[in-house]
Design a protein around this ligand. Sequence first.
Ligand code: ADP
Length: 340
Amino acid sequence: MIELKGLTKHYGDKVAVDQLTFTVRPGIVTGFLGPNGAGKSTTMRMVLGLDNPTAGSVRIDGKHYRQLKDPLTYVGALLDAKAMHGGRSAANHLLCLAQSNGIPRARVDEVLDLVGLTSVVKKRSRGFSLGMGQRLGIAAALLGNPRILMFDEPVNGLDPEGIHWIRHVMKRLAAQGRTVFVSSHLMSEMALTAEHLVVIGKGRLLADTSMAEFIQENSRSYVRLRSPERERLLDVLHRAGVRAVAGPDGALEVDGVPAERLGELAAAQRVVLHELSPQQASLEEAFMQLTAGVVEYHARNGGGPAAGRRGPSRPAVPERALSVGPPPGSWGTGRQRKRS
Ligand code: ADP
């Protein structure tokens, strides 16, 4: 387990990490999410004793990193794929690490095979592509067969095959009962990999929740309806106590009522429908919403997460058409948002 208690890091006036308290558990992949500059790398560096906390503490299986004997056999990490001696071959790079941590030489060949670098063992790492560098970094993390693994933005710069491979590796390591802690600024990537999420923004904890709970609380499902007889449809829904809101393109959107029921209501009154489609708002959108107020670097016009999105502020249809039902944009108002 990795346990953080009130972990804080200041760089001069800058608060990079602000009183983080959470636990990373074994057997699952825990995604560590936040916009760029949120404090993810700083947190991971403090876990590994590479940076000293200004306040608070972090423990690995109850110990400070520096108290671990042969630390690579406890915790393996990929923080920066380029942080290696460019003049060394892949095999020599791993051999140096193995010898300083009491790891047998045979393990070097094993991990090179595991990450698919056997054919380039003699090549100097300065000639490696980003993807090969990431694979070598993962080999180094796996070298000591540790129970705990940390990866900082491991899919950055990888091609789809590499991304698929890393996803698979992380899930397999977790399935073996290991603790896998992986950072990303991409919600879509984490949605495919992590079972648990820790979300931070500007160094502060925004959410510590299971992926299933995050999806349930933050991704809004609704039904889209389009009709050439929009006013009649609104009346029919209104009389049935169904609340509809206007989507950005003029279509109607209804929360909390199944598509089947809406279709039956329209059919009973012979209202023509051109569209009746269940929708699921993306988790990416939910994540952007959650972190909108804590993004460090915004694009000036329209490019920032807070700009131009459809969300809870969608316009409702004219008042006369509104009726009982769930509030519009009820997604994203859950526990996580309140914390921020
Ligand atoms: P993330 O990994 O989430 O992108 P970082 O941990 O790299 O975020 O950075 C968090 C904040 O701390 C950023 O504002 C960054 O500029 C600042 N920061 C990180 N390292 C240093 C440092 N060595 N000196 C000064 N500021 C730093």
